[in-house]
Design a protein around this ligand. Structure first.
Ligand code: GUN
Ligand code: ZN
Length: 431
């Protein structure tokens, strides 16, 4: 039987970066009909009631129904060390990140964190994520099993590192990275809503042999995504140059070994050379903007304006736990602030699009998630646009949907998430 959700509704007819705010459909009193985990139809509430007279009605009142947020780059194993003080990228990895990732040698610990992490995401309105795991295959099983239990569409892969720049205990070999990634890919890719992502951490922690082995794996499984990091900090770029003296630039360390392509997700991508930008655009690779991480670890200011204007594919992400939040609202706020520092105020419609359709497009899944349209998977969030006294007093003066939603983008957190729905089922809050 169908369920009819009533409330304000917002969905996208196109990208606000290309078509402005006209690309957004907003209905002050709308209805979203859902059946068997998919969107059946949406439109004005009265018309939807008339066309779906048998449907069970869930009235969200003034709540704003949006596509569920899609986080295009995160490290679920870093949940327990988020907001660790005072280091920049390389020291931060060695001091905080790698010791925490070692703990995932214990499958019970991995299961505990995976469940906690996904529950945090749902409480923050995020319905899909693309996450790194650790080197331990059980860390991948733990995340996909927790996602399966919650019905979530999740993208993830075993993080591969075989260079002696990574610590003993978190190192594999080129061959074991290939073999264990392949076994996990066979177990999980396309199982329910799971997608396996080939995951070399980044060039500084892989040998050429490992990059080549994972490039070969990707060529054998081109329907998989591949995720890695690119040009996050200037010290990191200098390090890559010293480790790969014959590479033309950082991207070339991937390109030369079969790790540049349309299904490639390149996290951060801040300090890019013109050649790198050209190649990323030519192949249609995705750049993933991680704004709370880029300020927290002190990495730099992503060139959203220039990169969108030149037609790059861009997703938005928390980068938990280099990022300082699980919230895509907080992440949109940081994206706004970084763009302001580069003199380009992003519009609320652009921020919401990046956090939903933009990230879904980066994950090559925008025909299924990240929007509300007939036939799409019914992953959505209901936002309370007056969730705190500070936001409520500002919204009282709002004349348009954009004025009403922007304070929640800038000042909102999980208190603004009234409920989260995954494949048509309520996923948060439960009980
Ligand atoms: N580069 C390589 N690994 C990582 C990571 O875990 N977090 C961030 N922010 N950058 C990285
Ligand atoms: Zn990352």
């Amino acid at each position: 039987m169908a369920t009819l959700h009533l409330g304000q509704i917002l969905s996208f007819d196109g990208s606000p970066f290309d078509e402005g705010h006209d690309a957004v459909w907003h209905e002050r009193r709308g209805g979203l009909a859902v059946e068997d985990g998919k969107v059946l139809a949406l439109g004005p509430a009265d018309a939807m009631r008339a066309s779906h007279p048998q449907a069970e009605v869930v009235d969200h009142g003034e709540g704003l129904i949006l596509p569920g947020f899609v986080d295009a780059h995160a490290h679920y194993p870093q949940t327990g060390m988020i907001a660790s003080w005072g280091k920049r990228l390389i020291d931060w990895l060695n001091h905080y990140t790698f010791p925490e990732e070692m703990r995932f040698a214990d499958p019970a610990y991995a299961r505990d964190v995976a469940a906690r992490y996904l529950d945090l995401l749902l409480a923050h309105g995020t319905t899909s994520v693309c996450s790194y795991c650790t080197i331990h295959p059980a860390s991948v099983d733990a995340l996909f099993e927790a996602a399966e239990a919650r019905g979530m569409r999740v993208f993830a892969g075993r993080t591969c590192m075989d260079r002696d720049t990574a610590p003993e205990g978190l190192r594999d070999t080129a061959q074991s990275a290939y073999d264990e990634s392949l076994a996990l890919l066979r177990r999980w890719h396309g199982t329910g809503r799971a997608s396996y992502v080939i995951t070399p951490r980044f060039s500084p922690t892989s040998t050429v042999a490992q990059l080549e082995a994972l490039g070969a794996l990707w060529a054998e499984h081109p329907d998989c995504l591949m995720q890695t990091h690119l040009s996050e900090q200037t010290d990191e770029i200098a390090w890559v140059k010293s480790l790969y003296p014959s590479a033309r630039d950082y991207l070339d360390t991937y390109e030369a070994h079969g790790l540049l392509g349309a299904g490639g997700l390149y996290g951060h991508a801040i300090h890019l050379e013109p050649r790198e930008r050209d190649r990323l655009r030519e192949v249609g690779a995705a750049l993933v903007h991680c704004p709370t991480s880029n300020t927290f670890i002190g990495s730099g200011l992503f060139d959203m304006d220039g990169l969108t204007k030149e037609g790059q594919v861009i997703g938005l992400a928390t980068d938990t736990g280099g990022g300082s939040s699980f919230s895509m609202l907080r992440t949109m706020a940081a994206a706004y602030e970084i763009a302001q520092l580069r003199h380009r105020p992003l519009h609320a419609s652009e921020l919401l699009w990046l956090a939903t359709q933009g990230s879904a497009r980066a994950l090559r899944c925008d025909d299924r998630i990240g929007n509300l349209a007939p036939g799409m998977e019914a992953d959505f969030v209901v936002l309370d646009l007056a969730s705190t006294p500070a936001i409520a007093q500002r919204v009282a003066q709002a004349d348009t949907i954009w004025e009403a939603v922007f304070p929640t983008i800038m000042m909102g957190d999980d208190r603004a998430v009234d409920s989260t729905w995954v494949a048509g089922r309520k996923a948060a809050p439960l009980g």
